[in-house]
Design a protein around this ligand. Structure first.
Ligand code: ADP
Ligand code: ZN
Length: 287
Protein backbone atom coordinates (compact mmCIF):
# COMPACT_ATOMS: atom_id res chain seq x y z
CA UNK A 1 0.00 0.00 0.00
CA UNK A 2 1.12 3.52 -0.84
CA UNK A 3 -0.24 6.92 0.09
CA UNK A 4 -0.73 9.96 -2.13
CA UNK A 5 -1.61 13.59 -1.51
CA UNK A 6 -2.52 16.27 -4.00
CA UNK A 7 -2.18 19.48 -1.99
CA UNK A 8 -3.90 22.36 -3.77
CA UNK A 9 -4.82 25.90 -2.85
CA UNK A 10 -8.51 25.05 -2.52
CA UNK A 11 -8.55 21.34 -1.72
CA UNK A 12 -6.42 18.42 -0.60
CA UNK A 13 -7.01 15.03 -2.23
CA UNK A 14 -5.84 12.10 -0.09
CA UNK A 15 -5.62 8.59 -1.47
CA UNK A 16 -4.42 5.08 -0.87
CA UNK A 17 -3.13 3.22 -3.88
CA UNK A 18 -1.08 0.26 -4.90
CA UNK A 19 2.13 -0.49 -6.73
CA UNK A 20 0.30 -0.67 -10.09
CA UNK A 21 -0.95 2.89 -9.81
CA UNK A 22 -4.56 2.05 -8.95
CA UNK A 23 -6.38 4.36 -6.54
CA UNK A 24 -8.16 2.17 -3.96
CA UNK A 25 -9.61 4.84 -1.72
CA UNK A 26 -9.82 8.61 -1.95
CA UNK A 27 -11.18 11.55 0.03
CA UNK A 28 -11.22 15.30 -0.58
CA UNK A 29 -10.90 17.89 2.19
CA UNK A 30 -10.84 21.69 1.90
CA UNK A 31 -7.57 23.61 2.26
CA UNK A 32 -8.02 25.55 5.45
CA UNK A 33 -5.52 26.72 8.07
CA UNK A 34 -2.75 24.10 8.36
CA UNK A 35 -3.76 23.49 12.00
CA UNK A 36 -7.14 22.27 10.72
CA UNK A 37 -6.17 20.56 7.47
CA UNK A 38 -2.99 18.73 8.49
CA UNK A 39 -4.51 16.80 11.45
CA UNK A 40 -7.20 15.54 9.03
CA UNK A 41 -4.46 14.33 6.68
CA UNK A 42 -2.70 12.51 9.51
CA UNK A 43 -5.97 10.96 10.70
CA UNK A 44 -6.66 9.61 7.23
CA UNK A 45 -3.31 7.89 6.85
CA UNK A 46 -2.35 6.98 10.39
CA UNK A 47 -4.06 3.60 10.70
CA UNK A 48 -3.37 2.48 7.14
CA UNK A 49 -0.52 0.22 6.14
CA UNK A 50 1.07 2.63 3.66
CA UNK A 51 4.80 2.18 3.21
CA UNK A 52 5.57 5.46 1.43
CA UNK A 53 3.77 8.71 0.72
CA UNK A 54 3.95 10.82 -2.46
CA UNK A 55 2.92 14.47 -2.34
CA UNK A 56 2.30 16.90 -5.19
CA UNK A 57 2.02 20.35 -3.67
CA UNK A 58 1.20 23.90 -4.63
CA UNK A 59 4.32 25.94 -4.68
CA UNK A 60 6.66 27.43 -4.33
CA UNK A 61 7.64 24.48 -2.15
CA UNK A 62 11.09 23.18 -1.21
CA UNK A 63 11.54 19.92 -3.16
CA UNK A 64 15.27 19.52 -2.59
CA UNK A 65 15.60 16.29 -0.59
CA UNK A 66 18.92 17.37 0.92
CA UNK A 67 17.54 20.63 2.22
CA UNK A 68 16.75 21.07 5.94
CA UNK A 69 13.44 22.64 4.87
CA UNK A 70 12.41 19.85 2.45
CA UNK A 71 8.65 19.98 1.96
CA UNK A 72 8.27 23.49 3.34
CA UNK A 73 5.82 25.79 1.56
CA UNK A 74 7.50 29.04 0.53
CA UNK A 75 5.90 32.23 -0.88
CA UNK A 76 2.25 31.15 -1.04
CA UNK A 77 -0.58 33.67 -1.40
CA UNK A 78 -2.21 31.48 1.28
CA UNK A 79 -0.37 33.26 4.08
CA UNK A 80 -1.13 30.72 6.82
CA UNK A 81 0.89 28.19 4.82
CA UNK A 82 3.99 30.34 4.23
CA UNK A 83 7.00 28.59 5.81
CA UNK A 84 4.75 25.75 6.98
CA UNK A 85 6.92 22.59 7.19
CA UNK A 86 4.36 20.29 5.60
CA UNK A 87 6.88 17.58 4.66
CA UNK A 88 8.53 17.54 8.11
CA UNK A 89 5.22 17.40 9.98
CA UNK A 90 3.92 14.49 7.89
CA UNK A 91 7.23 12.69 8.16
CA UNK A 92 7.27 13.05 11.93
CA UNK A 93 3.66 11.97 12.48
CA UNK A 94 3.51 9.13 9.96
CA UNK A 95 7.12 8.00 10.17
CA UNK A 96 7.41 6.77 6.58
CA UNK A 97 9.43 8.04 3.60
CA UNK A 98 7.79 10.97 1.84
CA UNK A 99 8.59 12.09 -1.68
CA UNK A 100 7.50 15.60 -2.62
CA UNK A 101 7.22 17.37 -5.94
CA UNK A 102 5.25 20.32 -7.28
CA UNK A 103 1.63 19.92 -8.36
CA UNK A 104 2.57 20.72 -11.96
CA UNK A 105 5.56 18.37 -12.07
CA UNK A 106 3.31 15.62 -10.75
CA UNK A 107 0.68 16.45 -13.38
CA UNK A 108 3.36 16.28 -16.10
CA UNK A 109 4.42 12.86 -14.80
CA UNK A 110 0.82 11.67 -14.75
CA UNK A 111 0.12 12.88 -18.28
CA UNK A 112 3.31 11.14 -19.43
CA UNK A 113 2.34 7.86 -17.78
CA UNK A 114 -1.39 7.75 -18.34
CA UNK A 115 -2.56 10.79 -20.32
CA UNK A 116 -1.93 12.94 -23.38
CA UNK A 117 1.83 12.29 -23.48
CA UNK A 118 1.88 8.54 -22.88
CA UNK A 119 3.33 7.86 -26.36
CA UNK A 120 6.37 10.14 -25.87
CA UNK A 121 9.30 10.40 -23.43
CA UNK A 122 9.04 14.05 -22.49
CA UNK A 123 6.37 16.66 -21.95
CA UNK A 124 5.50 19.94 -20.33
CA UNK A 125 2.32 20.42 -18.36
CA UNK A 126 1.29 24.05 -18.04
CA UNK A 127 -1.60 25.29 -15.97
CA UNK A 128 -3.15 28.67 -16.70
CA UNK A 129 -5.42 29.33 -13.75
CA UNK A 130 -5.14 31.51 -10.66
CA UNK A 131 -1.45 31.46 -11.42
CA UNK A 132 0.67 30.04 -14.22
CA UNK A 133 2.93 27.13 -13.49
CA UNK A 134 4.58 24.42 -15.51
CA UNK A 135 6.09 21.06 -14.79
CA UNK A 136 8.43 19.10 -17.02
CA UNK A 137 8.81 15.36 -17.41
CA UNK A 138 11.85 13.81 -19.13
CA UNK A 139 12.50 10.08 -19.41
CA UNK A 140 11.03 8.91 -16.12
CA UNK A 141 11.77 11.96 -14.00
CA UNK A 142 10.48 15.44 -13.44
CA UNK A 143 12.75 18.41 -13.88
CA UNK A 144 14.26 19.70 -10.65
CA UNK A 145 17.48 21.50 -9.90
CA UNK A 146 18.34 24.33 -7.58
CA UNK A 147 14.62 24.46 -6.92
CA UNK A 148 11.73 23.55 -9.18
CA UNK A 149 11.24 25.44 -12.42
CA UNK A 150 9.16 28.64 -12.21
CA UNK A 151 8.13 28.88 -15.81
CA UNK A 152 5.13 31.09 -15.05
CA UNK A 153 7.36 34.01 -14.07
CA UNK A 154 9.37 34.48 -17.24
CA UNK A 155 9.51 37.85 -18.94
CA UNK A 156 7.42 38.29 -22.05
CA UNK A 157 7.25 41.08 -24.60
CA UNK A 158 4.18 43.23 -24.02
CA UNK A 159 1.36 43.22 -26.50
CA UNK A 160 1.46 46.64 -28.24
CA UNK A 161 -2.13 47.35 -27.15
CA UNK A 162 -1.76 46.23 -23.55
CA UNK A 163 -1.56 48.99 -20.96
CA UNK A 164 -2.46 46.84 -17.95
CA UNK A 165 0.35 46.93 -15.39
CA UNK A 166 0.25 43.27 -14.31
CA UNK A 167 -0.68 41.41 -11.12
CA UNK A 168 2.48 39.62 -10.02
CA UNK A 169 3.52 40.86 -6.55
CA UNK A 170 7.13 39.97 -7.34
CA UNK A 171 7.57 41.02 -10.99
CA UNK A 172 4.39 42.87 -11.94
CA UNK A 173 4.33 42.13 -15.68
CA UNK A 174 5.84 38.66 -15.92
CA UNK A 175 3.86 36.01 -17.82
CA UNK A 176 1.69 35.17 -14.80
CA UNK A 177 1.22 38.88 -14.07
CA UNK A 178 -0.13 39.49 -17.57
CA UNK A 179 -1.87 36.23 -18.51
CA UNK A 180 -3.18 34.28 -15.49
CA UNK A 181 -6.92 34.36 -14.71
CA UNK A 182 -6.73 37.29 -12.27
CA UNK A 183 -4.82 39.42 -14.83
CA UNK A 184 -7.53 38.79 -17.42
CA UNK A 185 -10.19 39.76 -14.90
CA UNK A 186 -8.43 42.96 -13.76
CA UNK A 187 -7.52 44.07 -17.28
CA UNK A 188 -10.97 43.62 -18.80
CA UNK A 189 -13.14 44.09 -15.70
CA UNK A 190 -14.84 40.69 -15.91
CA UNK A 191 -13.89 37.11 -15.22
CA UNK A 192 -12.57 35.08 -18.15
CA UNK A 193 -15.69 32.96 -18.50
CA UNK A 194 -17.72 36.13 -19.18
CA UNK A 195 -15.38 37.34 -21.90
CA UNK A 196 -15.75 34.30 -24.14
CA UNK A 197 -17.13 36.17 -27.17
CA UNK A 198 -14.56 38.99 -27.23
CA UNK A 199 -11.87 37.95 -29.75
CA UNK A 200 -9.35 40.67 -28.78
CA UNK A 201 -9.21 39.25 -25.22
CA UNK A 202 -8.13 35.83 -26.45
CA UNK A 203 -5.84 37.17 -29.16
CA UNK A 204 -3.88 39.02 -26.47
CA UNK A 205 -3.93 35.99 -24.18
CA UNK A 206 -2.68 33.73 -26.96
CA UNK A 207 0.08 36.22 -27.80
CA UNK A 208 1.44 35.94 -24.25
CA UNK A 209 1.05 32.18 -23.89
CA UNK A 210 2.57 31.52 -27.32
CA UNK A 211 5.66 33.54 -26.41
CA UNK A 212 6.06 31.41 -23.32
CA UNK A 213 5.61 28.15 -25.25
CA UNK A 214 8.07 29.31 -27.90
CA UNK A 215 10.67 29.99 -25.21
CA UNK A 216 10.02 26.65 -23.53
CA UNK A 217 10.43 24.88 -26.90
CA UNK A 218 13.79 26.61 -27.44
CA UNK A 219 15.05 25.83 -23.94
CA UNK A 220 13.57 22.41 -23.19
CA UNK A 221 12.55 20.88 -26.52
CA UNK A 222 9.66 18.86 -25.06
CA UNK A 223 7.99 16.27 -27.25
CA UNK A 224 4.53 17.44 -26.19
CA UNK A 225 3.00 20.48 -24.51
CA UNK A 226 -0.17 20.09 -22.46
CA UNK A 227 -2.20 23.13 -21.50
CA UNK A 228 -4.64 22.91 -18.61
CA UNK A 229 -6.19 25.11 -15.92
CA UNK A 230 -9.36 27.22 -15.78
CA UNK A 231 -8.38 29.75 -18.44
CA UNK A 232 -7.76 26.99 -20.99
CA UNK A 233 -11.46 26.16 -20.82
CA UNK A 234 -11.61 28.85 -23.51
CA UNK A 235 -11.02 26.32 -26.26
CA UNK A 236 -10.65 29.04 -28.90
CA UNK A 237 -7.25 29.71 -27.34
CA UNK A 238 -5.79 26.48 -28.71
CA UNK A 239 -5.81 27.35 -32.42
CA UNK A 240 -4.70 30.92 -31.67
CA UNK A 241 -1.77 29.73 -29.55
CA UNK A 242 -0.74 27.11 -32.12
CA UNK A 243 -0.73 29.65 -34.94
CA UNK A 244 1.21 32.19 -32.88
CA UNK A 245 3.81 29.55 -31.93
CA UNK A 246 4.34 28.65 -35.60
CA UNK A 247 4.67 32.33 -36.50
CA UNK A 248 7.05 33.11 -33.63
CA UNK A 249 9.31 30.11 -34.28
CA UNK A 250 9.33 31.16 -37.93
CA UNK A 251 10.63 27.79 -39.07
CA UNK A 252 13.71 27.86 -36.86
CA UNK A 253 13.11 24.54 -35.08
CA UNK A 254 12.66 21.68 -37.55
CA UNK A 255 10.02 19.20 -36.58
CA UNK A 256 6.88 18.04 -38.35
CA UNK A 257 5.07 18.76 -35.06
CA UNK A 258 5.84 22.44 -35.40
CA UNK A 259 4.00 22.79 -38.69
CA UNK A 260 0.39 23.66 -39.49
CA UNK A 261 -0.38 20.01 -40.25
CA UNK A 262 0.67 18.50 -36.95
CA UNK A 263 0.80 21.19 -34.31
CA UNK A 264 -2.64 20.22 -33.05
CA UNK A 265 -1.08 16.91 -31.98
CA UNK A 266 1.72 18.81 -30.22
CA UNK A 267 -0.04 21.51 -28.19
CA UNK A 268 -2.92 19.64 -26.59
CA UNK A 269 -5.43 19.47 -23.72
CA UNK A 270 -4.84 17.22 -20.71
CA UNK A 271 -5.79 13.58 -21.21
CA UNK A 272 -6.62 13.09 -17.54
CA UNK A 273 -9.16 15.17 -15.79
CA UNK A 274 -9.88 14.57 -12.14
CA UNK A 275 -7.21 12.10 -11.20
CA UNK A 276 -4.10 13.58 -12.82
CA UNK A 277 -2.74 15.13 -9.63
CA UNK A 278 -3.41 12.28 -7.29
CA UNK A 279 -2.22 9.58 -9.71
CA UNK A 280 0.98 11.53 -10.30
CA UNK A 281 1.54 11.84 -6.55
CA UNK A 282 1.10 8.09 -6.22
CA UNK A 283 3.52 7.60 -9.07
CA UNK A 284 6.23 9.42 -7.09
CA UNK A 285 6.40 6.49 -4.68
CA UNK A 286 5.78 3.57 -7.04
CA UNK A 287 8.89 1.55 -7.79
P1 ADP B 1 -6.52 27.07 -9.65
O1 ADP B 1 -5.51 27.71 -10.55
O2 ADP B 1 -6.84 27.93 -8.46
O3 ADP B 1 -6.22 25.67 -9.30
P2 ADP B 1 -8.31 27.04 -11.95
O4 ADP B 1 -7.35 26.29 -12.79
O5 ADP B 1 -9.75 26.67 -12.03
O6 ADP B 1 -7.93 27.00 -10.42
O7 ADP B 1 -8.17 28.57 -12.35
C1 ADP B 1 -8.98 29.57 -11.86
C2 ADP B 1 -8.86 30.80 -12.78
O8 ADP B 1 -9.33 30.43 -14.08
C3 ADP B 1 -9.70 31.98 -12.33
O9 ADP B 1 -8.94 33.18 -12.51
C4 ADP B 1 -10.90 31.95 -13.27
O10 ADP B 1 -11.43 33.23 -13.54
C5 ADP B 1 -10.34 31.32 -14.53
N1 ADP B 1 -11.35 30.55 -15.24
C6 ADP B 1 -12.08 29.51 -14.74
N2 ADP B 1 -12.96 29.05 -15.65
C7 ADP B 1 -12.79 29.80 -16.77
C8 ADP B 1 -13.38 29.82 -18.06
N3 ADP B 1 -14.36 28.97 -18.39
N4 ADP B 1 -12.92 30.72 -18.94
C9 ADP B 1 -11.93 31.59 -18.62
N5 ADP B 1 -11.35 31.64 -17.43
C10 ADP B 1 -11.76 30.76 -16.50
ZN1 ZN C 1 6.04 36.91 -11.48
Amino acid sequence: MLGAIEAGGTKFVLAIGNQSGDILDKIVIPTEHPDITVPKVIDYFKDTKIKRLGLGGFGPIDINQDSPTYGQIQQSPKTAWVDYPLGAVLQEKLNIPIIIDTDVNVAAMSEAKFGSARDVDSCLYITVGTGIGAGAYYHGRTLQGLSHPEMGHIKVRRHPKDTYKGTCPYHEDCLEGLAAGPAIEKRWGKKGDQLADLPHVWEMEAYYLAQALTNYIYVLSPERIILGGGVMKQKQLFPLIRQNVIDMLNGYVSSPYLTKDKIDEYIVSPGLTDEAGIKGALHLVME
